[in-house]
Design a protein around this ligand. Structure first.
Ligand code: PLP
Length: 462
């Protein structure tokens, strides 16, 4: 039987999905009562499911990915043309879009130099960890092998990326983990662990230094952090935090690895999140927005200095980076990434994100004035979080059932919003918004109106 993807019976697709597809990060039991949502079409910021329901997507494909919006013909055309001409060759050789995208990307990242291609955020981070481990061998006799990560940050789904993740639900039952990964405390000012202090950012960064000292600086090769924590609660860094983190890394000769899988490619109004904070990273990883989900691509980008360590002298048989990712050689990824970047440039989307981000934060703060349950509103660009609390004084988080109910209510109104995952028994109380970078004021008004209605129904001030 030939399957026509443009002409099919929608009840059949739902039945096939229900019978055979194992959905990601999903409890399947509820499907016994309700059909799975099967998305069939998208244009701009809107998607339609197999049942014909239309939604405004306020989370860019559910997980902050479709930065330039759905239905971009220029990306689809670029990918098609490239695939017909040359679809694949192992990345030990080069290919045309990979070379040109690397050049364009490095133009946006002063101080960085080399691009290593793979397929997912987890994989890009794994590459970074392997680079750090190999540098430990090459330069430090194997000693500087430890990698520090932060509580509440997420770095991916493979066992080692999970080893570097500070979220309980994601990790629970998947251990034992890769040795040599060490957690340090998060920097959420709203959840300040030191009370209300004016130098909170510096205090939070010094928590990292304490862990470095406890482990022994001579054993720590790198720290890996999200510039703004995404799934862990949209945690924007407190003032002074990044300067101090950078200073501590320099002091102990520790590589700074920034995970831009969510913030990269314009989400916060600059090409990369770290560029707001004057950070000079050694390694940057990126994935989701690189090609906005039109093709699978991720990049591990390093400085020339990091790359230099791998310019082996020919006498060392093991001196080069002995890593390969088969589909890192698929040309669809960089072809899509080039077209994606062109859209961001031609449509001035960074500027749009900055303006619309301020507008959205302003509207969300108005909601906060009206609903006691909204304890904190935070974000940067089109990347915002609303933390819900039972009491603004004590900041006691609401039960997880409330953000779930608010998201479900918005969905019924035709707006898809996100929320923090359940990793945090306490802090699974944040609603997340990350609309496409093309969002207009009218789109944002529609999102805020849905939230307003949901709060009015489910959490009116009492
Ligand atoms: N890093 C961050 C900050 C993420 O949010 C994610 C995914 O959500 C990843 C890494 C993993 O990316 P992927 O799912 O493409 O492996």
């Amino acid at each position: 039987m030939t399957i026509d993807l443009n002409d099919f019976d929608s009840s059949k697709v739902v039945a096939s999905d229900r019978k055979h597809v194992w959905h990601h990060i999903t409890q399947h039991k509820p499907f016994e009562q309700n059909d799975p949502m099967v998305i069939v079409e998208g244009k701009g910021m809107r998607v339609r499911d197999a049942r014909g329901n239309e939604y405004l997507d306020a989370v860019s494909g559910g997980v902050w990915t479709v930065n330039v919006g759905y239905g971009r013909e220029s990306i689809a055309d670029a990918v098609r043309d490239q695939l017909v001409k040359m679809n694949y060759f192992a990345q030990s050789a080069g290919n045309v879009p990979a070379a040109f995208f690397a050049e364009k990307l490095i133009e946006k990242m002063p101080g960085m130099s080399r691009v290593y291609y793979s397929n997912s955020g987890s994989e890009a981070n794994e590459k970074a960890f392997k680079i750090v481990r190999q540098i430990a061998q090459k330069k430090y006799g194997g000693k500087k092998y430890k990698i520090l990560f932060r509580e509440r940050d997420y770095h991916g789904t493979t066992i080692t990326a999970l080893s570097a993740t500070g979220q309980f639900e994601r990790k629970n039952q998947y251990g034992p983990f890769t040795p040599g990964f060490v957690e340090f405390p998060h920097c959420c000012e709203y959840r300040s662990q030191f009370g209300d202090v004016s130098d909170y950012g510096v205090r939070a960064a010094l928590e990292m230094e304490k862990v470095i000292l406890a482990e022994g600086p001579e054993t720590v090769g790198a720290v890996c952090l999200e510039p703004i924590t995404a799934g862990g609660g949209v945690i924007t860094p407190p003032h002074g935090y990044w300067e101090k983190i950078q200073e501590i890394c320099r002091k102990y000769d520790i590589l700074l690895h920034i995970d831009e899988v969510v913030c990269g490619l314009g989400r916060t109004g600059t090409w990369f999140g770290y560029q707001h904070y004057g950070i000079k990273p050694d390694i940057v990883t990126m994935a989701k927005g690189v090609a906005s989900g039109y093709a699978a691509i991720s990049c591990t980008v390093t400085t020339e200095e990091v790359f230099e360590a791998f310019k082996d002298d020919a006498s060392d048989r093991m001196g080069y980076f002995r890593d390969i990712s088969t589909f890192g050689g698929c040309t669809a990824g960089p072809a899509a990434a080039l077209a994606n970047m062109q859209i961001i440039e031609e449509e001035n989307l960074l500027e749009n994100v900055t303006q619309m981000g301020e507008y959205l934060l302003g509207r969300l703060r108005q909601l906060q004035d009206r609903y006691e349950v909204i304890g904190d509103v935070r974000g940067k660009g089109l990347f915002c979080g609303l933390e819900l609390v039972k009491d603004r004084q004590t900041r006691e988080p609401v039960d997880e059932s409330l953000p779930i109910a608010i998201a479900a209510d918005c969905m019924k109104q035709g707006v898809i919003i996100g929320r923090t995952n359940r990793s945090f028994e306490q802090f699974n109380n944040t609603l997340c918004l990350s609309p496409a970078l093309i969002a207009t004021q009218a789109d944002l008004d529609e999102i805020v109106e849905a939230l307003d209605n949901a709060f009015a129904r489910l959490a009116p001030n009492s």
